[in-house]
Write a protein that binds this ligand. Structure first.
Ligand code: ATP
Length: 369
């Protein structure tokens, strides 16, 4: 069941025309966004794009300058942070150094005046959830980075929020641990059936964990979609460039047919699919991922594929794949990549070889801007 694909499902969180200004500076700019119940949602963008500010407004640490934030059918503007069914886990974890793991986890429950036996039961449950039962009596400095992260997670889940907000939750972990923890977080979210909203500038992290991603820039959402849609069909040059590697082929619209377009560029005439309105002669750009380009020694025989001749400029061996950069007659260099498992072992394409680069008309997308 994927609520965000069910047209009848009501959004669980709605930002409606939300603007946040700090003095003259607009950190969040008239932003509208829906997040669904039990969704693992990522806010992705470069430093300063406003993603943390958006999360902080949901938590109640900042007030919108204008606009509404609706959570579970209720406008939450007037509700103080501690009364919202939302909890935030910070990148720094903000653990109390002088308290044991169990006291850290119990802290918010004590503040709420929960009876002691209930607190003990809840803490035990949380320790089990994050697999830290043996560490209950330790202090944070006696733990590894990954264990501290789990304590912070347990503490933010102890009050059973409906929404967990995670601000760069894995930023302090090394790469390997980060990758493991991504899957742990996904399992945990599934198990608890909660809505997770994570802020990250790491596209791989967002792609791995999230059901949907909002790509942000300058206080605005540029595209909201599943990881696959964002990668396969970026709606703009910004998103195409921001997520993964991309080649952009530019030219002028040569002809327009139903659902089809031809773009005349320096090296290629690109035939592609497009439903948008185009006028002949206008500038147009086509985005294609490196792995969608085929490199071969002979010209493709199928006349419907797009093809151009070029020369191998660089070869990069990355273990799992090889990146070939192909220089076209205009001087433009295309990046292509191929899994080594699929690369010819006997006589692989080498430096300076003349090659053909080709791709099907469905292999990339026309960019809107
Ligand atoms: P990062 O990943 O670096 O945290 P971000 O995308 O989360 O970046 P925000 O923290 O939301 O960005 O900040 C957005 C912009 O608003 C930044 O330019 C920041 O300097 C500014 N900003 C944030 N908080 C304040 C504040 N309290 N006063 C003034 N400016 C602020």
């Amino acid at each position: 069941f994927t609520p965000w694909t069910d047209p009848n499902e009501k959004p669980f969180i709605t930002f409606r025309n939300v603007t946040k200004k700090f003095g003259d500076f607009t950190a969040v700019d008239d932003l509208t966004l829906n997040i669904y119940n039990r969704e693992f949602f990522a806010l992705l963008g470069a430093s300063g794009c406003g993603k943390s500010t958006l999360l902080r407004m949901l938590a109640g640490f900042e007030r919108p300058t204008s606009g509404e934030i609706i959570l579970d059918g209720q406008d939450i503007a007037a509700i103080p942070p501690y009364k919202r069914p939302v909890n935030m886990m910070f990148q720094s974890y903000a653990l109390f150094p002088h308290m044991t793991v169990e006291s850290n986890i119990a802290f918010g429950l004590r503040q709420d005046g929960m009876p002691k036996p209930e607190i003990a039961a809840r803490v035990a449950q949380m320790l089990k959830l994050v697999k830290l039962e043996q560490f209950a009596k330790r202090k944070p400095q006696q733990l590894s980075g990954g264990q501290r992260q789990r304590v912070a997670l347990a503490r933010s889940l102890a009050k059973r929020p409906k929404v967990l907000l995670l601000d760069e939750p894995l930023g302090a972990l090394d790469k390997k641990l980060r990758e493991e923890t991504q899957f742990e977080l996904m399992d945990l979210q599934q198990e608890l059936g909660l809505t997770f909203v994570v802020v990250t500038h790491d596209q791989e992290e967002a792609m791995t964990m999230a059901d949907r991603i909002a790509v942000m820039s300058h206080g605005k959402v540029i595209q909201v979609a599943t990881p696959a849609e964002i990668y396969e069909a970026p709606n703009s040059r910004f998103v195409a460039d921001f997520i993964g590697d991309v080649n952009i082929l530019e030219g002028k619209v040569k002809s327009v047919g139903t659902g089809r377009i031809e773009i005349a560029g320096d090296d290629f005439t690109v035939r592609a699919l497009s439903d948008a309105a185009h006028s002949p002669g206008a500038n147009a750009a086509f985005a294609i991922r490196p792995e969608k380009l085929k490199v071969s020694r002979s010209a493709p025989t199928d006349p419907t594929v797009n093809a151009a001749e070029g020369e191998v400029w660089d070869i990069g061996y990355l273990g799992d794949m090889t990146v070939l950069r192909i220089k076209l007659p205009s001087g433009k260099v295309l990046k292509t990549s191929m899994l080594n498992a699929q690369r010819e072992v006997e006589n692989p394409i080498g430096y300076d070889e003349k090659v053909w680069v080709s791709f099907a008309e469905t292999a990339g997308v026309i960019l809107r801007d």
